[in-house]
Design a protein around this ligand. Sequence first.
Ligand SMILES: [Zn+2]
Ligand SMILES: [Zn+2]
Length: 316
Amino acid sequence: MTNRTTSRVLAAATAVLALGAGAGCSTGGAAGADPQRVDVVAAFYPLEFLAERIGGDAVRVTNLAKPGAEPHDLELSPKQVGQVSEAELIVYLKGFQPAVDDAVAQNGGDRTFDVTTVQPLLDATAAGHDHEGAGEHAEEEDTGGKDPHVWLDPTRLATIGDQLAQRLGKADPDHAGDYTARASALRADLTALDGDFTTGLATCQRREIVTSHTAFGYLADRYRLDQVGITGLSPDVEPSPRRLAQVIEEAREHRTTTIFFETLVSPKVAETIAGQVGAKTAVLDPIEGLAAGDGADYLSVMRTNLQALRTALSCS
Ligand SMILES: [Zn+2]
Ligand SMILES: [Zn+2]
């Protein structure tokens, strides 16, 4: 990425080579673990992004969710359960992936970093769409729980990053200063992104977004948007005919031009609604995972999201 990063990686590689030669090349010994680096397991992509940006070459990050797979209903293979029990740090979001919660409860010990302990979650219902004076107009299914999609607010993600740097520093005190410095660099990137969103969405003809699943509560909260989710907090639940009718009514009422769908979920329902109301469809990516192998990252996908929002909402 930068010259600085490259030279650091080279320096680390050279050090490993020198050490291997000096010690009679004993690298195969430690059950697959890399003794030079902190073994981090991340539960899904945005947490992998955080761990890699902040950990740099001092960590080795394994993502439990496969590229291109939707992570809500992730199931763990026996091998992955083993990775959780052997990791030096498990970065996860309690309440998002039940299989990960179970594995952590059984084998996580004190080697965990739970995002929800450093960044309080919003109530699921607080993210729902409501009309002033319209009472029960918003018919969100009541999940009674918390909204896990906290990474879609860059400022909240930066706070999580700062805390993750502290936690990595506790696990690996020799590199504590590096973790803090990299978290600050990430915070600068996320602050710039936040500024772009604030400016880019300041003046728009509409503020309602019709989204595939109700993943954008934190984004809406931060940038004064109004989310109408076709399905609830989880993407794999089919919307009821009644919910579909409500969303179509909402889309008509707000003169919605775009029905958003997601990269990792079928666009069929969004296409049906768009056809009914004469709108287009476009991708708004909740960044729960990356599409496999397209070289994007959290920052670039968020900027693509911003462009999609500016087009859909006719922002100037
Ligand atoms: Zn989701
Ligand atoms: Zn409405």
